[in-house]
Design a binder for this molecule. Sequence first.
Ligand code: PA5
Length: 429
Amino acid sequence: MSLSIDFSKSMVLKKMEISKDKSRKALNTLLEGTGEGNDFLGWINWPKEYDKDEFDRIKKAAKEIKDHSDVLVVIGIGGSYLGAKAVQYALSPYFTTNDVEIIYAGHQMSSSYLKELMDYLEDKDFSVNIISKSGTTTEPAIAFRFLKQMLEDRYGKEESKKRIYATTDRGKGALKGLADEMNYESFVIPDNIGGRFSVLTAVGLLPLAAAGVDIDALMEGAALGVKKYKNLDFDDNIAMQYALYRNILYKEGKTIEILANYEPKLKYFSEWWKQLFGESEGKDGEGLFPVSVNFTTDLHSMGQMIQEGKRNILETVLRIKNPKHDLIIEEDPKNLDGLNYIAGKSLDYVNKMAAKGVAQAHFDGDVPVVEITMDELDERHIGELMYFFEISVGISGYILEVNPFNQPGVEKYKSNMFRLLGKPGYEQK
Ligand code: PA5
């Protein structure tokens, strides 16, 4: 198994060679814990040092959920749900549900969504995993208040407690207090792991185990990442290379990074990636703006813009070498659709030729393209890929000279909203 990266269309190979020391220095700062935000570096060795007892409890809870529920409602926002959704969507079949259907809530405040979800749950057995590190975030707190009430009405106060799993801080926050008071089964988000770096903690692992994902293999993949991407040899560490490449181009005016895929199962992986890079780098007036596209679908909507719009884009493509399934295109005697020229070829071959053609066209149109290839789309590769991006963003943030581990700007909307809602302590001055 492996991840590989192709920089042949990056446009900056020579420049990377010249400034590779920058990347090495940034990785060193990260590993030595001497940079800003160094109290949030628990994720670096986590895939090797995670709490094995808690891991077993997660598996046990997942089994309980499978035994007594049709649906698990995962309540959380930002780093408290995107990782689980990314991995679950990447590894689940398109048209059948797993043993337990996973539904996400508390990641927006749509009254229609919540009402329709409650209607949907009316004739289903369900459990809730409420996830919030701070334990005070408004969106999940509101969704939890409604669903907790629904569980209590349905199963009674005592029984409903067995259907609520809380993932939160070890000691502080409203959710921690509530979980202790109500005696919910609880899991910990370590103090030194921030939300967007928490997918491999109980935050991601409990919903994923309930969804039938092999969480042992996911952790093994991430542990392989630890071995590979903490390596200070630039020529042998693609995370250092990727971090440097995007920073060189950023300084040259490429201020937007598009993450593209040719497999729609990766759609939510891109959402996770956008938060990881956007929230880590977008501060102090700096940062590449992360966006995502799903090809070939979006070639028919965004393709024009990428090919000929403002030349401030770089493109990172996620590719899968061996698809889970493939189909051979058969010869048709009449050939009315004109497709016989690809008869005998596989659909994945056609998809790959499209990718090749697109990469060349974008490169010719002054869009640097870097391709990251996974041999397979499975737990091990996804675990490694997530770790790869986590360490890359740490290195990249330090090259950019921002603190990659805080998100002060997120508070701005909250204080305005709290003032408008009349929350005590936020009165109009
Ligand atoms: O990455 C982050 O820190 C944020 O996206 C948080 O995960 C998000 O705001 C949710 O916070 P909490 O888990 O405290 O409810």
